[in-house]
Write a protein that binds this ligand. Sequence first.
Ligand SMILES: [Zn+2]
Ligand SMILES: [Zn+2]
Length: 351
Amino acid sequence: MPTIVKYEKGVKLVKKPENLSFIADPTTNAASQGSHATFITHAHTDHSVAFPDVATKVYSTKVASELYEKLTTKKPKNTHYVNFGKTQKIEDIDVKFIPAGHLLGAAQILFYFPDMTVCYTGDISTEEMITVPKATIPDDDIDILITEATYGTKDLYFDTRERTKISLLKWIAESLQEKRTPVINLGHLGPAQETIAFLNSMLSVDILCDTRTSRINQTYKNNNISLNWENFEETDVSIFEPENTIVLLPRACNNLPSFLDGYKVSRGMVTGQAARFAYRKFDHTFPFSMHANSQELVNHAEKIQPKKVYTLYGFDSELAALIRHQLKIPSRPLKFAEKKPTLDEYLNENK
Ligand SMILES: [Zn+2]
Ligand SMILES: [Zn+2]
C-alpha cells in the first residue's frame, strides 16, 4: 500500500500499512492530534500554530522557533531542532530540512518513505536576497513535490525585485527632499528585515521600528545578518530628525506613532499583496514579496523534476494548470489529492 499524501488542515503524510502519520504546518491544534510527529517549515503564524502545543512533538529549525517566540511572545513547547542538510531518522523515516529562502530559518522538508520521496516546500523564494539564500534544489529524485502557490497565477504581475527596490528608494529620496518622513507599512517578519538590509546598504538615514519588529531584527542580527535600526518605542524620540528618518510599521498598523504628530509624512506599503489589492490609504505601494511568483514556482518545479506535483495555498488550481501545461507533469491542488483521477491522469498513469 502506498504512502498517502493529503490535505487535512495541514500537509498530512500517512505511511501504510502501519498508519504512521506525519503532519506539516498544521493550521489547528486538533489537526496534529494522532500524528507521530509534527513539522513546522517556518515562523509565519499561518504555518506555526503547533509550536506552543504541548500535546505534539514538533520538529523545526532552531531559528524558526526563536522567531516564532519573538513574533508572538508565546513559548514553543516540545520542540526538537533540526539542522539544514542533515538527514535525521524520525519515527524510522529519514527526514531532511533544506533552505527555502523566504525568511530566516525557513525550510523545505524532504521525507524519504520506503515507496516514495516527498518534498514539501513550505513558503519559498527562489531568488538570492540579502537576508536569505535562494531555495535549495534537492539533489534527490523526488516522486511527489508539494509546492506553495501563494502567488501561483499569471494574473498577478510582479516587476523584478531589483526594480521594485529601486522605485522604493526613489520614493524615499523624493519624500525626504519634500521634507516628508517616509512611513512604510510592511510584514514585520521577513519583508521588514530585507528592506532594512537594502536601505542600510543604499542610504545613511535612521530607520525606526516598533518593539516587536526590533526583537525580530535582533534575532536576525544574532544570526549574522547585519541590520541597523532604532526602536522608536525605546529610544529618545526628541532627537528624531524627520528629514533624515524612515519609519517602518507592521503591515496592518493604521495609526501613526505619536512622535510623528505635527510632521508631514508620506505613507508607503511594501507587500506582495499590492499586486492584488489597491491599498488606497497609502500614497505609494510596492509589490515586493519574499514569496516566489508564478513563473519562479514553475521554474522551481522544473528543476526538481518530480513525478507529480501537488499545489497548496493561494492560487493552487492556477499553478497546477501552469505546471501541467508548461512542464507536462501531472499536477493538482493538494486538497483534491484524494479525488479520483481525471481521465487524462488515469490514462497517463496506466500507460
Ligand atoms: Zn511565510
Ligand atoms: Zn504562508
